[in-house]
Design a protein around this ligand. Structure first.
Ligand SMILES: [Zn+2]
Ligand SMILES: [Zn+2]
Length: 552
């Protein structure tokens, strides 16, 4: 890959050395500046106030070493986990088709790149973005947003993942992960001190006698932190702008498909990048800056220093050049590709259930009956704890109560085995995939039971086509919202309606609108965080969301 192991190790040690030096210097300056108010307040030394004694210098140096080491270990330990938590990323869902595709691509890239293990993570937002994280322990993560999984085709996705692999292989990713985490600690510290400062201004500090000293202390700390944040930002940006071109080049080498990279970058640059994804200090881990800024798009000396990302237009131009076409052609072809966007009348796919044991049971006449599927037995009133049963192809006869699963079933704990029944018509719910997302579907009433955390995935994906009925329902809801008849219409119908019990926990569900932008009636279990959609309701919600999305 052009980056030898030794080179990366050397770069790592250089990085540790530089950052540690930077931290020590920072704390030395802080300690030095703290000596000034100390001298002012306790010794009333006005002359030579900025020149501490040799002893004080020595103390400042020792403090700097201790504080620097502490700061270093705090910010390096578990840095990947902290960054993942702060951007709200989650591990892939092994049952979700899009997630599994993403995981497979990461594994393939891992093989192509010599077996470096990388964890795939997903951010549940509709924005288009991707990131890489890694640390000194060897942990490496590649993450993408749900929006990216929904809107990019396989080869475009491969290009983006190749790009992120580039960051991990070249060691850039450790650099951005560690530096951004150092800044994270600074900025939260600065916020904390600003808060103390602001609350203290009105209360005890201003009234107490030594207040002046504390005041000066706080102002100094605040200033130092502001300056340091600025300095460290400078440092970050000196490192970072070239790394994006380098990772693009590695992506092309891994995938041999510069056109897919150009297309992916083009789509990402046109889409919403997820401005709220990260606090500012984490911007450098993303493939494009989550916050669009004009600085990134310009190429002045000034922006070379201050921007974390190079102009995306230039990156696209380079990739397009490698594919031997021009930008205009690429854009036209991309437009044509996306127009037909094949829709399916139904994206529901049944998930193959694992082969189940079947059972025989002795009825009241002493006759063997069966075979029954496990779930069926709950519906046979004559099967009790005292009934003789045996498994198919297994001659061992036992009482029903002797088998833990059947006992659970007879006690009404069928739900523990994932066999939920429809809250409307009591049919057994089936495990299905809808837009590639695992959920439960009732083949009796066509309702769907969906975990709330998975709804964003359904809303960002675009394979489901809509029937005339769904579109009609969607349009009615849209006009309702426009004329804000919410209060009059909603209140009445909700009160009188029969409420459902949650198929998981049996508690009554709450009937409400999905939210006030999308007036789709749903039943929600707050305990299980799960939503029941009656027939067509999920499709209508999707239809409304897509219409809204296209206006943006
Ligand atoms: Zn049903
Ligand atoms: Zn529940």
């Amino acid at each position: 890959m052009g980056f030898s192991f030794i080179e990366i190790e050397e770069q790592k040690s250089r990085l540790i050395f530089l950052l540690f030096l930077f931290l020590m210097l920072f704390y030395f300056i802080v300690a030095w500046l703290l000596i000034i108010p100390f001298n002012l307040v306790f010794f009333s030394r006005i002359s030579g106030v900025f020149l501490p004694t040799l002893k004080q210098m020595l103390i400042a140096f020792i403090l700097a070493v201790i504080a620097g080491a502490a700061h270093w270990s705090i910010s390096v330990n578990g840095v990947v986990a902290r960054a993942l938590a702060s951007i709200g990323a989650r591990p892939v869902d092994e049952k979700d088709i899009f997630h599994v595709k993403f995981k497979n691509i990461v594994e393939e890239a891992s093989v192509a790149a010599g077996g470096r293990r990388v964890e795939p993570w997903v951010i549940p937002v509709s924005a288009l973005n991707a990131f890489a994280l890694s640390d000194f322990s060897g942990r490496a993560v590649i993450g993408v947003t749900e929006g990216l999984l929904a809107k990019l085709n396989r080869s475009q996705l491969e290009a983006v993942i190749g790009h992120e692999f580039g960051h991990i292989l070249s060691g850039d990713s450790i650099m951005t992960t560690i530096t951004s985490s150092l800044f994270g600690i600074y900025s939260s510290l600065m916020d904390g001190i600003r808060r103390i400062f602001e609350s203290g201004r009105h209360t005890r500090f201003s009234r107490s006698r030594g207040g002046g000293g504390v005041y000066i202390f706080l102002v100094l700390v605040y200033l130092i932190l502001a300056v340091t944040k600025f300095m460290s930002k400078l440092l970050n940006m000196f490192i970072s702008r070239q790394r994006e071109y380098r990772a693009d080049a590695i992506a092309v080498r891994l995938t041999r498909n510069p056109l897919a990279l150009a297309e992916a970058l083009h789509l990402i640059s046109r889409g919403w990048r997820g401005a709220y994804l990260s606090s500012e200090h984490l911007a450098s881990i993303f493939i494009v800056n989550p916050v669009h800024n004009n600085l990134d798009e310009s190429e002045s000396f000034f922006s070379d220093i201050f921007s974390t990302h190079p102009p995306i237009k230039k990156r696209i131009a380079i990739a397009v050049d490698m594919a031997h076409i021009n930008v205009k052609n690429m854009e036209d072809e991309l437009k044509q590709k996306s127009v037909p966007a094949e829709r399916m009348s139904s994206t529901i796919q049944e998930v193959e259930q694992p082969e189940e044991d079947r059972w025989f049971a002795v009825d009241s006449q002493g006759q063997w009956q069966g075979p029954f599927a496990f779930g069926q037995m709950a519906a046979m009133p004559w099967i009790t704890a005292e009934t003789w049963v045996h498994k198919e192809f297994d001659s061992k006869v036992q009482y029903a109560w002797q088998n833990d699963d059947i006992r659970g079933l007879l006690q009404g704990n069928g739900a523990q085995h994932g066999r939920y029944s429809c809250p409307r018509c009591n049919f057994a719910l089936k495990d299905v995939l809808y837009e590639g997302v695992p959920l439960w579907h009732c083949s009796g009433c066509a309702g769907n039971l969906v975990e709330r955390s998975k709804i964003m995935r359904i809303l960002t994906r675009r394979q489901q086509g809509f029937s005339a009925e769904v579109e009609q329902m969607g349009k009615v809801i849209k006009t309702t919202v426009k004329h804000s008849q919410i209060s009059t219409k909603a209140g009445g119908s909700f009160g009188s309606a029969q409420l459902f019990n949650c198929p998981l926990c049996r508690r009554p569900m709450r009937r409400q609108f999905y939210n006030f932008d999308y007036l789709v009636e749903i039943d929600l279990c707050l305990y299980c965080d799960i939503i029941w959609f009656d027939k067509n309701e999920l499709e209508v919600l999707q239809f409304l969301y897509e219409q809204h999305d296209e206006l943006k």
